[in-house]
Design a protein around this ligand. Sequence first.
Ligand code: NAD
Length: 490
Amino acid sequence: MPAHSPHATAPLTSGLLTDLYVGGKEVPASDGGRFDVLDPATGDVVASVADGTVEDALTAVDAAEQAAAAWAATSPRQRSEVLRRAFELMTAQADDLARLITLENGKALPDARGEVAYAAEFFRWYAEEAVRASGSLLTAPSGAHKILVLQQPVGICVLVTPWNFPAAMATRKIGPALAAGCTVVLKPASDTPLTALAMARILADAGVPDGVVNVLPARRSGAVVSAMLHDPRVRKLSFTGSTEVGRVLLKEAADHVVNCSMELGGNAPFLVFADADLDAAVDGAMVAKMRNAGEACTAANRFYVEASVAEEFAGRLAERMAAMRVGPGLEPDTEVGPLVNEDSVAKVDELVRGALGAGARTLVGGRRPDRTGYYYEPTVLLDVRPGSPILEEEIFGPVAPIVTFTEEDEAIRLANTTEYGLVAYVYTGDLARGLRVSEGLESGMVGLNRGLVSDPAAPFGGVKESGIGREGGHDGMLDYLESKYVAVQW
Ligand code: NAD
């Protein structure tokens, strides 16, 4: 990347894919429509991107169908090597990709670099898994026959991704889908389509045949995704986004009984017991809260701290939050970039106002800074009243609301008082307590004395209204395979 000022966007945006990517070709939308992608640091237009129509969506399914049989017939080793090359290309282009993510999403460059490394790992992991999709053979208990189980690709997949991790949410789906032998149509979020299109080019350069991966930016997401879910050739939906939209898509998928994997919203509790190492708890809180400026489904959303250490924990957290440098994501010393758009900042501010109105205290932050762009100050709130909307809704911003508790059971009960169940964090010096509390928490994942759980080798996903299915690890590939049982007699 040539030297340039942080907002000289020309070198970053030149040569980008900005059309639909269907059947290995860049094509405009069938009605010629386009939409603007904005830089959250300035509100300036970064690029104009083709706006896919229902007709384009069905053309993309045609392309995925034409490529399906040949791709499913490739050897696992061939698919593995293509994915491995994609990992290497992504790693080689990590800096450019990170800048592109920052440009359209706003996140600070270190967060974007972290995302690219994490995203690329899904290609490496599924390059390794592609050759291990084994079936099984056993003798029926009666001895009458054999039970042969084959693993076959589920078929054409529609992948829908959010704006908060534009690279990683795409690779976490594309990696296992391709490893399993499926072809896909990816509909990225309209705030961040450029990264998904850049991924399409990387995959093509890695040797993915035309039509295996199609990318369809579309602002009319409801109509476009619905049309694909009502095309009987589509057999799988993998969605990452809000619980609200997830519910709508589950209903849509019901019409043709489309197989669904749903990675939905979170409302992560962060529990700190008095016996915890407070330095480690504050470090963990900073990661769990501030990665991506709080714009993560895994973001610590509610802090429950044992009363005897609450003032101490809150004070140390506030000190660290106050020291964070807020600014444009592309500036070298920025630690907290802008939020993705105006609606996000307005929502965060409304939640903070609501909590303060109900009696919470601000230890640091608590307002929009006086500058252009979609910024919010890193904020710590103490004495937040149970039942405040800030404890019930995803904040998706750099705000840490703190509530105190006195008993272990009370902490578990407070943590579980939500319809979400994605991830929870627990800090304690007593491992037995940590494991006991982890068992009692209603969440798909727990960070025990750790503020970060995401790992390509681990099964990521939620319970309750946070989702269905798992991504990553061995389980992630099973979501793209169907078991076929053959009763055999010999
Ligand atoms: P969103 O639900 O608004 O959008 C997600 C995707 O769905 C986007 O591509 C969007 O264009 C599309 N979409 C929106 N309405 C649609 C409709 N009616 N039909 C079909 N598609 C539609 O979510 P978002 O604001 O992009 O992302 C933030 C949300 O994603 C948060 O709730 C966050 O917790 C969640 N998330 C979850 C995970 C996870 O792994 N569980 C990971 C990242 C983000």
